[in-house]
Structures are given as structure tokens and as C-alpha cells.
Ligand binder design. Structure first.
Ligand code: ADP
Length: 301
């Protein structure tokens, strides 16, 4: 952990200790006040109410400070992750270009280098698009110019491209289409592609070496469509199921933090769902039990 991380952790502990200490003093004062003044009715009531307000205020203040410190910690982690995501592919492209410039290579080797550079530029593009989309979806509440989007077609495209991007060719990622042909939603195609891509990419990333991802599109009641992405990966504990949708939130688990990412993917999924009048949620039976993420959208009427 870097120095600022350690300093913040100490600050969180200090704020907690200070807050808890002050609350303890206030509670002790409150009790002695009641004991001393139990006969003086009105004065006692005013005193008790003031103490309760004081204690509540202290508790709120402590919780607020701790939350702000945590947020700032997550911002730092985000900046660090984005810098890494931008620098690494750029450095690799530069190195390969220098190699191509300085050496005579046979056409097979040249082809390999060019393929790698294309993959690196794709990764750069993805990171930049992701950050831009996080800003855009965070701003407005509704999609600007909605169009008809064929759900199975969009999801099929995302599954196909994710398989290619992660070099999965043996059916590790599959699509189950249970929708009537041509089922449509009204929305922004690019945003929906980004949301589904984030879910499929995550399912692959957090599966470790045993990738088995099933993407299913089906009706959810009479008016909604559900796109669910099920993996058999590292899973999520019940307390974290909601937190993972917060912006910049990444699970503190060491294994997960080794997986590359910036912590904005699921906040984009949630924002896209809301902008389309739908919702996004996660289910898991716990650590090591896999997870299912579902994006529910209203059907075009
Ligand atoms: P990241 O760029 O870190 O993947 P996300 O916002 O997409 O950011 O996800 C937030 C966190 O939620 C991840 O860091 C990871 O800890 C957890 N997570 C997301 N998808 C999965 C999944 N399919 N299985 C287990 N954990 C997941």
C-alpha cells in the first residue's frame, strides 16, 4: 500500500476513535445529568433532548468524515488505475513501433507485432470510452435521442466481441436467447452495448482460469426484458452486492485488485439502466460461488 493510503487509514482510525471517545463522554455526561437532575422535570427533559441531539450529531459527523476519507481513497485508486490503463498499452505500442523501425523483421513477426499493437490501441480506446461514458451517464437522467434497439442482436454482438477480445473460442461465453424474435427496447444503442459489454467483460475477468459465462436474454414479466450474465467465478458476499455498483468501488480483496479495472464499469451499467427506465442488480451465493448480474429494461410499447 502507498504512503497516502496508510496515512488515510490512520486518519480513519483516528476519526473513529475520536468520535467514539466523544460519544462515550457525552453518554456518561447524559447519565450523570439524569441521576443528578431526575427531580427537576422540565430541565431534565431539555437536558436529555440536547444530549441526544449532541450524541446523534457526533455520530453523524464521524460517519460523514469516515465516508469522505474513503471516497477520497477510492478517487486516488481510480486515478492510479486509469494512469496504469493508459500508460501500459501506450508504452507497449511505442516499444513495438521502435522495434519495427530499427529491425528488419520477417512478415510473420511484423504481423504479430501489428496485431499486438492493435489490441493495445483497442484497450486504450476502451479505457477512454469508459471514462467519457462515466461522465456522460453521470450527468443526465434520460437518454437523449432514443431509437429502436433489437435486444438479442445487441447482446449477441457484445458476446461475440468479448469472446474475441479475451481470445475465448471454445464456447466459454455463450448466449441463450429466449426472447420472441425482434424484441426491442427504446434507447441508446451505444450505451446499451457499453453496459452489456461491461457485464460480460467482468464475468470473464472475475472468473479466473475457469471461464464459463452464460448470457441469457428473456422476458421479465409482460413489459420488461432481462439480460442476465451468469459466471462461475469468484462470487460476491451479500454485503457487497449493492456496493459494487458505486462509482470507483472495487472490492478490497487482494485477488480482485490484481484484476485490471478502474471501478466505474458497474456504475455505468446502473446509470444506463436508470436512463432507460430499468434497473441493474447482482446476485451471488457468496465468495467462490459465481455471480449473476441482471440488466432489466422496459420493452418498447
Ligand atoms: P472494475 O473496473 O474494477 O471491474 P466495476 O465497476 O466493473 O469495476 O466492478 C466493481 C467491482 O465489482 C470489481 O472491482 C469487482 O470487485 C466486483 N465485480 C464486478 N463484477 C464481478 C463479477 N462478475 N464477479 C465478482 N466480482 C465482480
Amino acid at each position: 500500500m502507498d504512503r497516502s493510503g496508510g496515512t488515510r487509514r490512520r486518519a480513519v482510525v483516528l476519526v473513529w476513535l475520536l468520535g467514539a471517545g466523544l460519544i462515550a463522554v457525552a453518554v456518561a455526561l447524559n447519565i450523570s445529568f439524569i441521576v443528578v437532575n431526575w427531580r427537576a422535570g422540565l430541565l431534565l427533559l431539555v437536558g436529555v433532548v440536547s444530549f441526544v441531539v449532541l450524541i446523534g450529531g457526533l455520530a453523524l459527523n464521524t460517519a460523514f468524515l469516515v465516508r469522505e476519507i474513503r471516497k477520497s481513497e477510492q478517487h486516488d485508486a481510480f486515478i492510479h488505475a486509469v494512469t496504469h490503463e493508459l500508460k501500459t498499452p501506450l508504452a507497449s505500442i511505442k516499444l513495438y513501433l521502435q522495434t519495427l523501425q530499427q529491425r528488419e523483421l520477417d512478415s510473420a513477426r511484423r504481423g504479430e507485432l501489428i496485431d499486438t499493437m492493435l489490441e493495445d490501441s483497442e484497450r486504450l480506446q476502451q479505457t477512454i470510452d469508459q471514462i467519457l461514458l462515466a461522465g456522460k451517464t453521470g450527468d443526465a437522467r434520460r437518454v437523449d435521442n432514443p431509437t429502436d434497439v433489437d435486444v438479442a442482436e445487441v447482446v449477441g454482438e457484445c458476446v461475440h466481441l468479448a469472446g474475441k477480445r479475451h481470445h475465448l473460442t471454445n464456447g466459454e461465453v455463450s448466449l441463450v436467447d429466449r426472447l420472441p424474435c425482434g424484441t426491442r427496447v427504446l434507447g441508446d444503442r451505444d450505451e446499451l452495448v457499453a453496459a452489456v459489454t461491461n457485464l460480460v467483460d467482468n464475468a470473464i475477468k472475475y472468473s479466473g482460469d475457469r471461464v464459463k459465462v452464460v448470457v441469457e436474454v428473456a422476458s421479465a414479466g409482460a413489459r420488461r426484458v432481462a439480460i442476465s450474465v451468469r459466471d462461475q467465478g469468484i462470487g460476491i458476499t451479500s454485503v457487497e452486492l449493492k456496493r459494487v455498483f458505486r462509482r470507483f468501488y472495487r472490492l478490497p480483496d487482494a485477488l480482485q485488485s490484481r484484476v485490471r479495472g478502474t471501478g466505474v464499469g458497474l456504475s455505468i451499467v446502473r446509470a444506463v439502466a436508470r436512463r432507460h427506465g430499468g434497473r441493474a442488480y447482482a446476485e451471488s451465493r457468496g465468495a467462490g460461488q459465481g455471480s449473476t448480474f441482471t440488466l432489466e429494461l422496459p420493452l418498447k410499447t
